[in-house]
Design a protein around this ligand. Structure first.
Ligand code: ZN
Length: 180
């Protein structure tokens, strides 16, 4: 087996372990690992991305933000390039939630090409979840607000991958139609 595939499987195993006790916030409470795997799959199947470091970073993208994995752990196990892409899409959890959401909008245009594509797939995955399997206690207004915030972040990512942009635009159009 080549070393790229080995590294990809190592990342999937590592992320599954790190997220093992977490569930997605949707009403069906899927295991959290479904989300980072979906982000990597979207990058590959819709975005046509075949850079192994970007796909590995996608699988690991929430490990530093949401688990006890440190920046140093990711750099040591998966290398500096993967780690730097993950760090670009990692929110600072010491900040209040509203500020973190504003910062995502402010940072989006300044991300690297790799991180922009990853972030596009993160937004696609999260918005599809809010539409198809929303948290039980979210009303329509909260869902729409979430989609609109996602659109604002996504606007700052445009130019990085036309296929992902087209997929996002169709998703948002469908989302708004289905929600209202
Ligand atoms: Zn994510």
């Amino acid at each position: 087996m080549n070393s790229d595939l080995e590294a990809l499987l190592k990342a999937a195993h590592y992320a599954a372990r790190q997220h093992k006790d977490q569930k997605r916030k949707g009403a069906n409470a899927e295991p959290y690992i479904v989300h980072p795997l979906e982000v990597a799959k979207l990058l590959s199947t819709i975005g046509g991305v075949d850079d192994p470091d970007v796909l590995i970073a996608a699988i690991l993208h929430d490990t530093i933000e949401d688990t006890d994995a440190s920046e140093n752990d990711i750099a040591k196990i998966f290398g500096e390039r993967v780690c730097s892409i993950v760090m670009e899409v990692t929110d600072d959890k010491s900040l209040p939630k509203q500020r973190r959401k504003e910062l995502q909008e402010e940072h989006a245009p300044h991300l690297s090409h790799e991180a922009k594509q990853l972030k596009m797939c993160d937004k696609i995955s999260n918005i599809s979840d809010i539409v198809s399997n929303p948290p039980a206690d979210w009303d329509l207004e909260r869902k729409l607000e979430y989609v609109e915030w996602g659109e604002r972040v996504f606007a700052g990512l445009r130019g990085a991958n036309g296929k992902l942009e087209k997929h996002f635009d169709e998703l948002v159009e469908r989302a708004k139609r289905d929600l209202i």
